[in-house]
Structures are given as structure tokens and as C-alpha cells.
Design a protein around this ligand. Structure first.
Ligand code: PEP
Ligand code: CO
Length: 451
């Protein structure tokens, strides 16, 4: 691999186009693509620069160990899932998990959804063959359709506009729910458990926590009057900024703040497959003012990691760079310590986050892509131990989850088995923790932090 760093070169929102851009769709109608991109450039952004900068400050606090990041949502959002119950349930599980974490870690939790833009997926192969028929792989609703027909699998530029609209609809509803008091602890009905067995230890632990927090809040209000901050929580958005034409079209300058902002999301990240130092994604990301994250897989070596840090955050700006390690439970002990040690010794400012999902994907004998809850837990446990041993701070988790009662990951308190997967497997790409497994994982993180 070559390590030519481009930071001495002039950056523009389209300078990535001179680099190799992996995982991009092959559009067959350039005229149509250009027309759509011109339309996209005129549409309003989804977020504002001051929200983006506020998030950067929160992330800077997380780097100092003062906050914990909870980043979660679907592997791939679908246009068909842009509906009231799915959005509300996903928000609810994120809020419930964050409540568990706030209570247990005694630290504010920064909530970031993998939603309102998580519509593009990297794939291991460009095409897929079924019964002798070869078609382009499904690359997410931003690009093409899941149905295995030539019409549906054709990359369609019109989907860029639909993805922008669906992101806006999702974000609008999330903002309205939060503004309307959905996260108000004085409304216990919002904090009630769905789909958790009523008399499980999980439910008992959770209810004790909600009651104790509600009691403290009411007690404080009796003394001090209404505490306004408790009605509202902040929730930010993130997605893998994979399809660079789309990201470029939403990269804007604003009157109040200098520089270029990607205003399609607060917090874009670079996926593992597009993290090459001399590739188009790193080139695009180095010039935007957002806080950015990059996924770090088991093949990254310490020297390469330092160069990525130099390129993405040359000034060592607080809050700017998050490193999401996703090693797999079998690799983490071998690979992570030297990476942490290298960054610590170099004195670089990063936020370390664990993604215990993506290194632990496997296919069952009956053909389902799944993950074992025990492997997810094991990677997370080891991540906490390794950071503690090296003296770095594990400041967050990155999870694929849903607020629905799906059966996609194996194990957990209900001991889901391979035959259970057939019952409610709905993910278009990777398996997600269901509602109950998500809550269970949040409780496990708390227990781990207390040992
Ligand atoms: C993802 O987050 O859905 C993903 C593809 O992750 P990674 O880039 O870590 O493989
Ligand atoms: Co995924």
C-alpha cells in the first residue's frame, strides 16, 4: 500500500474525484446523474453548522473522559422503513439505553443515531449471481433496490433525491418527538418497556433505574422548581459517507462559520473498506469541518493509523476525530493493544469507540447472516479491558440495533437459536440487535464498568 499523503494539496469539495473512489455505483446515464446532482445542490441541508460544531464540542468532552458516546441504528435504513413506529421505536430504544448508561456510568451520554441518511452500503462483490443470473449487488436504497431484477438492481440517480427526502422526513419526526417531550423523564409511559418479558431480571433492573431517576428528578424539582434541561435531550445523526457524489452535493458553505460543512449529517464516518489513506474518501473527509469518524479494522497497522490521524486531523483539533475499532472477538486482543499504545505515545487526541458488531458477522448453515450475542459481548468486554490496561479511555460504543422485535442476532437473554432467525429476519444487510438484546447490552456495559 502506498502512503502518499495529500494534505499539502489544495482541497475542494470535488478534489476526491482525482483519487480512486471505491464502492461507488456504476451509473449508466451520466446526463441523468448530472441533472439530479444539480437539483440536490439546491435543496436545503438537513442539519446546521452550529449543530455540527456543538457536537464537536461534546465529542471533545468525550475524548477527555467526561462523556460516553452511544451511536446506534440500522445497518441499512430502507425507504420502506421510513414510518412512524419504526422511527419512534428506534429512538425509544436509544433513549432507554442512554438512560441505563447515564445511570450506571454516572456520566452524560452523547446520543448519535445511525439514521436519517444511512442509505448506502459497501459490498464485498460488485455483482451477485442467482441461478445463473448476474446482476449488480444491492448497494442500499440510495443506489438501487433489493429485489433481484434488472430494473430494481440498476443504479438509479433519482434515488439520491428520494434519500435526501427520506432523511429529511426521518429527522423532522425525530426532532418533533424530542421537542414534544418524548424524552421527558416525568412521563413514565414514554419510558415503559415494549417487548421485554414482564418479569425478567432485565425488566426489573431497568424499572428500578427509571423509578430511581424519576424520584430524584421529582425531589430536585420540589426543591428547585422545574428543571428545563430534563425535558429535552440532544440527538445527533450520523451515516457512512460512502457515495461521494451525494456527500459533495450536500457540502456547503454558510455565512456564519468559515469552511465547508457536510450538512447531510452531523457526524459522517468512513467505512473500513474505503479507509485507504490515498483513496477518495479520506481526501473528501480531510477538508470538511464536521467531526468525523473512521472505522479501524484488524488489518490496519500502527504506522498507517498515525498517517490517517495526521491527514484527517493535522492540527490535533479537539473533537475532530473518532476512531471506531471493529476487530472481531478473535482478533481484538492481538491487534488493538499496539494501535492504542501507538496513538497514546504519539499524544494524539482521538475518541476511541468500540464497534463489537462488524468483526463478528457469520453465516449460519441455513444461510442467514448473523452475529452471536456472546461474541459481541466478548469483544466489548475485551475492549474495555484492553483500554484499561493501556491507559486509554474507551469513550463509546457503535451498534447496529433496532427498536423492533426482530430475530437477527443469536443468543441474548432469550437464547435465540438458528431456527429463530427464520421467524423475524428483516435486515436488508447486516443483523441487528433487537430491542431486548440492545437493552441487555446497555446493562452489560454498566456492569462491566463497575467491575
Ligand atoms: C457498517 O457500519 O455497516 C459497516 C459496513 O461497517 P464496516 O465499515 O466497519 O465494515
Ligand atoms: Co453493518
Amino acid at each position: 500500500m502506498s502512503f502518499s499523503v495529500s494534505s499539502d494539496l489544495h482541497w475542494t469539495p470535488d478534489s476526491w474525484q482525482s483519487r480512486e473512489a471505491l464502492q461507488q455505483p456504476c451509473y449508466d446515464d451520466q446526463v441523468e446523474l448530472d441533472r439530479v446532482l444539480r437539483e440536490l445542490v439546491h435543496l436545503p441541508p438537513l442539519v446546521t453548522s452550529w449543530e455540527v460544531l456543538a457536537l464537536k464540542e461534546y465529542l471533545a468532552e468525550a475524548q477527555e473522559g467526561k462523556r460516553f458516546l452511544l451511536q446506534g441504528g440500522d445497518c441499512a435504513e430502507g425507504f420502506a422503513d421510513c414510518s412512524s413506529p419504526i422511527i419512534a421505536n428506534r429512538l425509544k430504544i436509544l433513549l432507554q439505553m442512554s438512560l441505563v448508561l447515564v445511570h450506571g456510568l454516572k456520566r452524560p451520554v452523547l446520543r448519535v443515531g445511525r439514521f436519517a441518511g444511512q442509505y448506502a452500503k459497501p459490498r464485498s462483490a460488485d455483482t451477485e449471481t442467482r441461478n445463473g443470473v448476474n446482476l449488480p449487488s444491492f448497494r442500499g436504497d440510495l443506489v438501487n433496490g433489493l429485489a433481484f431484477t434488472p430494473e430494481s438492481r440498476r443504479p438509479d440517480p433519482g434515488r439520491l433525491i428520494r434519500a435526501h427526502a427520506h432523511s429529511a422526513l426521518t429527522l423532522n419526526f425525530v426532532r418533533a418527538l424530542i421537542d414534544g417531550g418524548f424524552a421527558d423523564l416525568r412521563h413514565p409511559e414514554y419510558w415503559d418497556l415494549d417487548w421485554v418479558e414482564h418479569h425478567s431480571t432485565l425488566a426489573d433492573d431497568y424499572r428500578d433505574m427509571v423509578n430511581s431517576l424519576g424520584d430524584s428528578l421529582r425531589f430536585m424539582e420540589t426543591l428547585a422548581g422545574t428543571i428545563a434541561g430534563f425535558q429535552k435531550v440532544h440527538i445527533f445523526t450520523s451515516h457512512e459517507a460512502l457515495l461521494l457524489h451525494y456527500e459533495q452535493a450536500l457540502t456547503r458553505q454558510v455565512p456564519q462559520n468559515a469552511g465547508w460543512f457536510n450538512l447531510s449529517t452531523h457526524f459522517p464516518w468512513i467505512g473500513m473498506r474505503t479507509a485507504a489513506l490515498d483513496g477518495a474518501h479520506v481526501e473528501y473527509f480531510r477538508g470538511i469541518c464536521n467531526p468525523v469518524a473512521i472505522k479501524i479494522g484488524p488489518s490496519v497497522v500502527p504506522d498507517e493509523l498515525l498517517r490517517l490521524i495526521d491527514t484527517l486531523n493535522p492540527e490535533d483539533e479537539p473533537g475532530r476525530l473518532t476512531l471506531i475499532h471493529r476487530m472481531g472477538h478473535e482478533n481484538i486482543n492481538r491487534v488493538l493493544p499496539s494501535l492504542l499504545e501507538t496513538v497514546r505515545r504519539a499524544g494524539r487526541r482521538v475518541l476511541w469507540v468500540a464497534d463489537p458488531m462488524h468483526g463478528n458477522t457469520e453465516t449460519t448453515s441455513n444461510g442467514y447472516k448473523t452475529r452471536h450475542f456472546d461474541n459481541i459481548r466478548s469483544e466489548l468486554d475485551d475492549a474495555f479491558d484492553i483500554h484499561a490496561a493501556v491507559g486509554t479511555y474507551l469513550g463509546g460504543v457503535h451498534l447496529e440495533l433496532t427498536g423492533e422485535k426482530v430475530t437477527e442476532c443469536l443468543g441474548g437473554a432469550r437464547c435465540l437459536s438458528e431456527t429463530d432467525l427464520e421467524r423475524a429476519y428483516k435486515s436488508m444487510v447486516d443483523p441487528r440487535l433487537n430491542y431486548e438484546q440492545s437493552l441487555e447490552l446497555a446493562l452489560l456495559i454498566v456492569r462491566k464498568s463497575q467491575t
